[in-house]
Design a protein around this ligand. Sequence first.
Ligand code: BES
Ligand code: MN
Ligand code: ZN
Length: 495
Amino acid sequence: MNYSLLTSSNPSEVKSDCLVVSIFADKKLSIAAQQIDNASNELISRFLNVADFSGKCGESHLLYADTGLQCPRILLIGCGKENEFNQKTACTVIKTASKKIAKTSAKHATLFLLDTLSERIICEQSIRQSILTFADSIYRFDKYKSEVKDKSKLQQVCIAFTTEPPCDVATMLEQGKAIAKGMHLSRDLANQPANVCTPTFLAETAQSLGRQYNSVKVEVLDETEMQELGMGAFLSVSKGSKQPAKMIVLHYNGANDSSRPIALVGKGVTFDTGGISIKSSSNMDEMKFDMCGAASVMGTVNACAEMQLPLNLVAVLAAAENMPSSEATKPGDIVTSMSGKTIEVLNTDAEGRLVLCDALTYVGRYNPEVVIDTATLTGACLVALGHHICAVFANSDELAKDIMEAGSDINDKAWQLPMDETYSKQLKSAFADLGNIGGSTAGTITAACFLAKFTEEYEWAHLDIAGTAWKGKDATGRPVPLLSQYLINKASNKH
Ligand code: BES
Ligand code: MN
Ligand code: ZN
C-alpha cells in the first residue's frame, strides 16, 4: 500500500477513485463536504435532505457523482458533533471508512477526515492511526493459499486537508508507515506455522533485518554458548525438542555509543505443547503464537530502524520450542539459572518465565537505561483483561505510566496490575530457591513476580500480551504500536 499527503487542497479538484468526507451531527457539512457540494450541483445536500443520515459518529453512505467532480465515489462519514471530535472519534471514523472503501473496487482513496483537528497531538495521533487502520484492513496471511479470493483492490491512500494542519504531517506519515511495516513483519512471523517458524527461522529473519539496515547488527547465540553462560533455565525448555534454542540479539544504533540502550526482550516459544505437563488438545494450534513477544520485539526494531530514531536499542529474542520427549524436562526437575538462582520446574507448561529469566539476566550486561519484556505469558491474563488491553507490570510506577500513556497515544492499550511482595510468596519451592508456578490464583501476577526476581538491577517493565497478540486465528501485531510509540516519546523527550 502506498500512502501520501495532500494539504491546502480543494477536494473538488482532486482526482481519486473515492473521496471521503466528514458530515457532522445534524447534517452539518465539513469544509471539504461543502466544497464538493458546491462543485457537484449539491449532490451531498440533496442526499442529506431526503436521507436517514444525521452525521452520528460511525454512520456512512456511499454516493456516486455524475457531474462536476473528478471522482466517481463520494463516501460520507458521520463524525458526531464537530466540537467533540477527538482521537477516539477519529479511530471510529477511520475504521468505518476503511471498511466501506474495501467493499468498493476503488484503487485509490483520498480522505478528508482530519480536517477540523486544531490540536497538534490529536492531529499527530490521527495521521498515524489512519495508516495503521488501513494497513490492518488490507492485511491477509495467504502465503499458503493456492488461490486468493476477495483481495482488496486498494493500493493508494491519500490523507488530505483543506488547510495547513497543526502538526508535522510528513513526520507522522513516516512514523505511521514505519510502525505499519513493523506490525506487518510481526504478524507475518506469528502467523507462520510452527513447522516453518522455528527458533532457527526467527534467527534467520533477524539476520535478514540486519542486512536490510546498516543501523542493525545481529548476534545469534546457540545452545553451546548459552550453556557456557549458564542458562540452565532457558535450556531446560528446549531440552525435549529437536529444534535447537536460539538467543537472538539485535542491536539498533541510532545514537552515539555512550548513550545507554533501551532493552527489549521477547518470549519466542515457537510452539508451546506444555512439555511433559502437556496442554489439552483443543485450540493447541494457537500455541504457534507463543512467539508473539519475540515477533513484536523484532517488528519494533524494524519500525525503529525505519524511523531512524535517535536512540540505542538492544533486543533479545528468547527462542525455543517446548516439546515432550524422553529428554524433556520433567515436573520436579531443578535447574540453575544464569543468575545463580535455582528453580524447581513444577510445571513444564510455565516455560515462558524460564526462557525469559535468563534472557533478562543476560541483557543486564548492556547496562540498559530501561528494560521492557513482552510475552504471551499466562492464560490468566486473558481471563483478567480479555482481548482488548494487555497487562503491564513495572518496578517503577513512572515507567508503567509512560507505557500506559504510549499505549493510549496509539490505541494499543496497557493496564497496570499490582506486583506486591505478598504474591511472591506463592512462588516458594520446598527444594529450590523458587518454584516456576504460583498456585491457582493470580497467575498473571505471580508470573510477573517470578520475572521480578531477575530484574532487580535495573528499571524494568513486563507486558503480558496473552490476550492481545492474536485474535481468532490471526496475529494482531500488538504491541508493536505501543513499543514504537514509547520509543518515539522517549526519543523526543531527550531532544
Ligand atoms: N503460552 C502459555 C500462556 C497462554 C495460554 C497464552 C493460552 C495464551 C493463551 C504459557 O506458557 C502457559 O502455558 N502458561 C500457563 C502457566 C501455568 C502452568 C502456571 C497457563 O497460563 O496456564
Ligand atoms: Mn506454556
Ligand atoms: Zn507458553
